[in-house]
Design a protein around this ligand. Structure first.
Ligand code: C2E
Ligand code: CA
Ligand code: CA
Length: 853
């Protein structure tokens, strides 16, 4: 529905009403020429004395209105117009006391006493207006004398009728009133039902508002007295006083709610609240002051209240509040109607249907329009709810698809799209666990020559060759008996995995394969043939190594390692393929020695922690350092992740992590001494989370170094926690309560389940290097990283991208809204002193750049 609809409807209704007007003006009551006498309220006159007074004056107006006066008013007028005239109507039902005298030739022939301070039943005619029927013989000289006393407004609208016309007119009027009441009552019930269904206060307040109007109008025109409490004039007077503030009270309250002033116009809301308070006080005051004072007070207060209600609509309409449009038109209708009726009362407008019933017409229109507006609002709210729900569903779907992408990424090699090492390991472990009495051959296929190909033909070609090899080998393997599927879904059937860039692997049912040795040899020969690429025969120097479960190992990682050892053996070099033999394993013996060397190095404090800075992209300043383990003596031979793997396998990880933590605190103390209050992140192994006394150790350590509280962050990898989700969750909970910020490391390299991560007490997510490295070239990764950042932000995490090596990648991340970066672009991890120098240098650069702008 468009807004233009409402003004048009209003205009149409007004025109229709205008047509009714002409037919209404047909009856002809008679308004006499009146003389009046005003006497102080403490002076008492008999009617004879009044008639004899010298102070009678002619009244200019046709409808006497003296405003709020205490004095007694006497009126007199002659009845002419023939015998037909036999009824006097006083049309203001609030007058307290009326004495009606019929005077013939100067003599009082009849006296009637009535008014709204007497029970309704005592009236000469039971009507909401005061009616005095009389008889007079034609040709004789009759006069009517009227004495009026009232505490409210002294308005005495007089009309002389012949009774038949009066009752005809009155019946028409009653019908119009019935229509009006019908409309209001319908509106009341309609909104009441909506309220009962929805329990939204605004509908109830609207019901009360409309009810208060109904009361106001029926009290004003005397119907309430006639119908509700005819025997209780005192109550009638008091009810009359209460209807005006009640109507104001509910109208203001309704406006507040309907226009949502609290949010849309808080200042005006205050004004409205204040006005509500004033009206409440005025209503209360009616119990303590005289009728005359209260009624003046109430009318005086009603004027600014109405004014306020009138300006609110347009004011908010201008500000673009949609509800205000309805409100303005509706309230405008009522104001206009009341103004027309008011103007008519004061004789500014001629007396016709429209002017006499302006207020009723206005309030009926108001009631209808606001009911429509409330219904429209109901519809709008429902619509908004549906939209919000849709948006939520869409967000959920987006999150799900991002999760799927992450999982897909985590389980596949980005280049060959084959299952990667983790998924190969999982499948193998799973097979061993499910069907342990079968023999499995773990076969690795290594392309020994690939780095030479890369050097000769460049990266792009070598990537293509790798993809080609993957396709070719997959085809060959299809015909190999005993080859087991590594991945099977509606999109792919993979027999092959990519362990790393130049190594493929497969799993075979060893018994089946051994039953057809020729076929196996034939397939492997085919794999080892040079590859045809753009007409070139590319020799990849393929070597195959095999380890058999259970002979060569009981678990996936051992089997893979041993298959790799077999592939690297001299025998494989000579013959292209080899089985694992312990004699070919030069590593296993060494391992024990290395482990004990590591133990010794740890005791002798010969390990080191290097530091790598973390940069905030928003401020371009360093916000923290990550501590990474180094074994300086062995820097060429054993990598940090191997140190950790070794420590984990030999139980050394427990003392190692404790050493790292103590070392990190020492480093931070020294940093503070040099004026660098930076936080330090340390890496925690999943094994540590399983140590029962780990949280206590951490808590004691942190308690004894209060300066570092909250500044030592623990980095844990999500995959590591998945090994024992419930336990990890508990331990992290304890650590987090002890004031240790938690960061999720290597995010996106494993089964990223945001639903699990959401439960962790983490504050930071580190996006794995594998997602960041190719960011500048791969759009697929960009999508993943962007969704990861957005989702992590929506869950309240800060996001760090690790492994940022060039400016282009940093720029992309900055655009994506990533919070922090870490990587070789800034610096590789550095020993303490060098890290300190680097920090100073970076700081100086920052400052000089800042001053250059
Ligand atoms: P991480 O926690 O993911 O650490 C980041 C690794 O990325 C570090 O390798 C770091 O030197 C390297 N790196 C940083 N920036 C770049 C870059 O721009 N490009 C590339 N290519 N690499 C970058 P690092 O020091 O060899 O450590 C390897 C892993 O060993 C660590 O991965 C962490 O999981 C583990 N680790 C290291 N120190 C500790 C330790 O004290 N305790 C435990 N439990 N694990 C540790
Ligand atoms: Ca880390
Ligand atoms: Ca990491």
């Amino acid at each position: 529905m468009t807004h233009a609809f409402w003004p048009r409807l209003l205009v149409t209704l007004l025109i229709l009403l205008g047509i009714c007007t002409t037919s209404y003006a047909a009856d002809t009551p008679y308004i006499p020429n009146i003389d009046f006498l005003r006497i102080a309220s403490d002076t008492h006159l008999t009617p004879e004395e009044a008639l004899a007074s010298d102070n009678w004056q002619a009244l200019d107006e046709t409808s006497p209105n003296f405003g709020y006066i205490e004095d007694t008013i006497w009126l007199r007028f002659t009845i002419s117009g023939g015998a037909a005239i036999d009824l006097l109507e006083v049309g203001y039902p609030q007058l307290d006391q009326l004495d009606f005298f019929l005077v013939r030739d100067g003599k009082i022939t009849r006296h009637v006493l009535t008014g709204d301070s007497f029970p309704f039943a005592e009236r000469p005619v039971l009507h909401r207006h005061f009616l005095f029927p009389f008889k007079h013989a034609p040709g004789e000289n009759y006069e009517i004398l009227l004495k009026v006393q009232t505490k409210g407004a002294m308005q005495i609208p007089l009309r002389l009728w012949d009774s038949q016309s009066f009752f005809e007119a009155s019946s028409l009027e009653s019908q119009l009133h019935a229509v009006y009441y019908g409309i209001l009552i319908t509106v009341i019930f309609f909104n009441l039902f909506i309220y009962l269904a929805l329990r939204e206060a605004v509908y109830l307040v609207y019901v009360l508002t409309t009810l208060s109007y109904l009361f106001l109008i029926t009290s004003l025109n005397g119907t309430a007295f006639q119908l509700l409490w005819p025997t209780m004039p005192g109550l009638q007077n008091h009810a009359m006083l209460l209807t005006v503030p009640a109507a104001m009270f509910f109208s203001l309250l309704f406006s507040r709610m309907f226009l949502r002033l609290k949010v849309t116009a808080p200042r005006w809301d205050q004004v409205v609240l204040f006005t509500i308070l004033l009206n409440t006080l005025a209503a209360l005051s009616t119990f303590f002051t005289t009728y005359s004072i209260s009624s003046q007070l109430i009318v005086a207060l009603a004027i600014p209240s109405c004014l306020l209600l009138t300006v609110l609509g347009p004011l908010l309409w201008v500000r673009g509040n949609r509800q205000a449009v309805y409100y303005t038109i509706a309230w405008g209708a009522l104001t206009l109607g009341s103004a027309i009726t008011g103007a008519n009362k004061y004789g500014l407008l001629p007396n016709n249907f429209l002017t006499a019933y302006g207020m009723q017409i206005g309030s009926a229109l108001e009631a209808i329009l606001l009911t429509i507006a409330l219904a429209a609002r109901l519809y709008q709210e429902r619509q908004d709810k549906i939209e919000a729900h849709d948006a939520e569903l869409r967000a959920m779907a987006a999150r799900r698809s991002a999760e799927l992408k992450l999982i897909d990424h985590a389980l596949h090699n980005p280049l060959t799209r084959l299952p990667n090492r983790s998924s190969y390991e999982m499948v193998l472990s799973d097979l061993i666990a499910r069907i342990p009495d079968r023999r499995y051959a773990v076969v690795v296929i290594h392309l020994n020559n690939l780095h030479l190909v890369t050097k000769t033909l460049g990266h792009r070609n070598s990537d293509e060759i790798l993809k080609l090899a993957a396709q070719h080998y997959s085809t060959v393997l299809k015909d190999l008996p005993g080859a087991l599927l590594i991945e099977q879904n509606d999109r792919h059937n993979h027999l092959l995995a990519s362990l790393d860039l130049q190594t493929f692997a497969l799993i075979m049912d060893a018994d089946k394969a051994e039953a057809v040795p020729r076929k196996v040899v034939k397939s492997l020969d085919e794999i080892r043939m040079p590859l045809d690429y753009l007409g070139m025969q590319i020799p990849l120097d393929v070597r195959v190594g095999t380890a058999i479960y259970p002979e060569h190992g009981m678990d996936a990682s051992t089997l893979i390692r041993r298959a790799v050892i077999a592939e690297g053996s001299d025998r494989a070099k000579e013959r292209g393929m080899a089985y694992y033999k312990p004699s070919r394993d030069s590593f296993s013996a060494d391992r024990l020695t290395i482990a004990s060397e590591l133990n010794q190095a740890l005791r002798d404090n010969r390990l080191a922690l290097y530091l790598q800075p973390k940069l905030s992209l928003a401020t371009d300043s360093i916000v923290g350092l990550e501590a990474l383990i180094r074994w300086p003596e062995k820097s060429g031979t054993i990598q940090p992740d191997e140190i950790i793997a070794l420590a984990e396998q030999t139980g050394l990880i427990k003392p190692l992590t404790r050493w790292v933590l103590q070392q990190a605190l020492t480093i931070r103390t020294r940093l503070l001494e040099h004026g660098w209050p930076l936080g330090i992140s340390v890496n925690i192994s999943p094994n540590n989370l399983r140590e029962p006394d780990f949280p206590i150790f951490v808590q004691r350590l942190m308690d004894s170094f209060h300066v570092h509280k909250g500044m030592i962050t623990f980095e844990v990898t999500e995959t590591s926690m998945m090994q024992d989700p419930a336990n990890s969750l508990t331990t992290l909970g304890v650590l987090s309560t002890a004031g240790i910020p938690i960061s999720i490391d290597d995010f996106g390299s494993g089964y990223s389940s945001l639903s699990y991560i959401k439960q962790l007490p983490a504050s930071e997510i580190k996006i794995d290097r594998s997602l960041v490295t190719d960011l500048a070239t791969g759009t697929q990764d960009q999508v993943i990283v962007q969704t990861t950042i957005t989702m992590c932000h929506s869950l309240g995490y800060e996001v760090v991208a690790e492994g940022v090596e060039d400016e282009a990648t940093a720029e992309i991340l900055r655009r994506m809204g990533c919070d922090m970066i870490q990587g070789f672009l800034l610096t590789p991890p550095l020993p303490f002193d060098e890290a300190l120098d680097w920090l100073r240098q970076h700081d100086n650069q920052q400052k000089s750049q800042a001053s250059a702008y």
